[in-house]
Ligand binder design. Structure first.
Ligand code: CTP
Length: 402
């Protein structure tokens, strides 16, 4: 249910912070990625080391750390999340949220985020029942902040009453029900290709390209996030395997093709890989040696299979929706329309990569979606946003076709 979802977990300073270790584990088990932000108060109760070990990610704690800001500004932390969860949410944190204070990383994030926020309050009964806290909760609810708990039970200092943070599994259930409304691709299977391919020359050398795999991996994450059972067939990249996605690591175009064909049947295929157009016709068994005269060897090339065209031409096994990319520098639409017909796919996401656009190697893409019915121009978007938009567009397509 939570496959591919990215949770930004803000941990403020209350004894209930110890429960967030279990919360992280439960979320990870369900396929979510969890990134933690720890307030100074939170750090009195749990250590960054335990959070980092369980989340398998860096823990962010201080807005004034220059290295953190340059590596990962606070805006990006929230941009790269699907939901912000504050657990435990102390009375102080709720008050900061209600007032719009931005006095540390967690509160700054909460003020700057455009993502939905779920709070799990935790405090003693008197603080919870205080009119100030109750008014803050009302203000936050009116702004659309979601909440889970608190519950009644044993509190710190031997007290019993209202204010205990919800148990990790209840918080997980609240998160699942938040996303539950949003699994339009549940029951559908997706194949996504990503990254470059490596074509061996000999046992130590290969032909490759500079594809980062960012776009393909983001698409796999987004499709899985909408509930699709997703297989990501990827060449070598520095990108981490997206949680909740079945990742098949391959090197050559032929291996990518074999793995894609073996992954059929599927409802959709999105080919975002930068497949090498050629391979060396005959890979040498042994490392090629220089000859005495220093004459360079001649490499005969052979044309690689086209994976997109093969999936689109897979007869009965053809996925109902086959999507490819086209990188063009001029006559973008005309060339991409021609590519769509030549490869037999349904949609082409045409990408203007002329130098003036700064797309190549950059973080953003300007997409024109070309289908049978025409051309949709998308605004300049981050690769993550392109992925989200494509996944939603695919979900709409299947909803309409159903
Ligand atoms: N593709 C593929 N297998 C190949 C080559 C390309 O699956 N052997 C897919 C890519 O994943 C992408 C689309 O086809 O979805 C891009 O097609 P391609 O013809 O390589 O287009 P460009 O990269 O735009 O390059 P060119 O214009 O030089 O053809």
């Amino acid at each position: 249910m939570l496959a591919g979802k990215r949770i930004l977990l803000l941990i403020s300073g209350g004894i209930a912070a110890y429960k967030c270790l279990d919360l992280i584990r439960r979320l990870r088990e369900r396929g979510a990625a969890v990134r933690c932000v720890l307030t100074q108060g939170g750090a009195q109760f749990v250590t960054p080391l335990s959070l980092a070990a369980l989340s398998e990610d860096k823990v962010y704690s201080d807005i004034f750390s220059l290295t953190d800001e340059s590596e990962m500004g606070h805006l990006r932390l929230s941009q790269e999340a699907d939901l912000v969860v504050v657990a435990p949410a102390t009375a102080d944190m709720l008050a900061k949220m209600a007032q719009g204070l931005a006095s540390d990383l967690a509160s700054t994030l909460l003020l700057a985020t455009d993502k939905d926020v779920l709070v799990a309050p935790a405090m003693n009964t008197r603080m919870w029942e205080h009119p100030a806290t109750q008014a803050n909760m009302k203000t936050l609810a009116a702004r659309g902040v979601l909440s889970v708990g608190p519950a009644e039970g044993a509190l710190a200092e031997g007290e019993v009453g209202m204010g205990r943070m919800s148990e990790p599994l209840e918080i997980v259930a609240a998160i699942e029900s938040y996303f539950g409304a949003e699994a339009p691709l549940a029951g559908r299977r997706a194949i996504v290709t990503s990254g470059p391919t490596y074509e061996a020359i000999d046992p130590v050398r290969f032909i490759a390209n500079r594809s980062s795999g960012k776009q393909g991996h983001a698409i796999a994450r987004a499709l899985a996030g909408l509930g699709a059972d997703t297989v990501l067939v990827s060449g070598p990249t520095a990108e981490a395997d997206p949680p909740g996605v079945e990742v098949q690591h391959i090197e050559s175009a032929q291996q990518m093709l074999d793995t894609c064909m073996a992954s059929l049947p599927a409802d959709m295929a999105v080919c975002a890989a930068a497949v090498s157009d050629w391979r060396v016709a005959k890979e040498a068994d042994q490392k090629l040696k220089k000859d005495a005269k220093g004459t360079p060897p001649r490499l005969a090339l052979a044309t690689n299979p086209d994976i997109l065209a093969n999936l689109a031409g897979a007869g009965n096994a053809r996925p109902a929706l086959v999507v490819g990319f086209a990188a063009e520098t001029e006559n973008v639409i005309v060339h991409a329309q021609e590519k769509r017909e030549r490869k037999g796919c349904d949609w082409i996401l045409a990408n203007d990569v002329s130098p003036a656009t700064g797309t190549f190697g950059g973080e953003t893409n300007r997409i024109h979606l070309i289908s049978e019915t025409g051309v949709e121009d998308w605004p300049r978007l981050s690769k993550d946003d392109v992925a989200q938009r494509l996944a939603r567009r695919i979900a709409d397509h299947f909803a309409r076709a159903a």
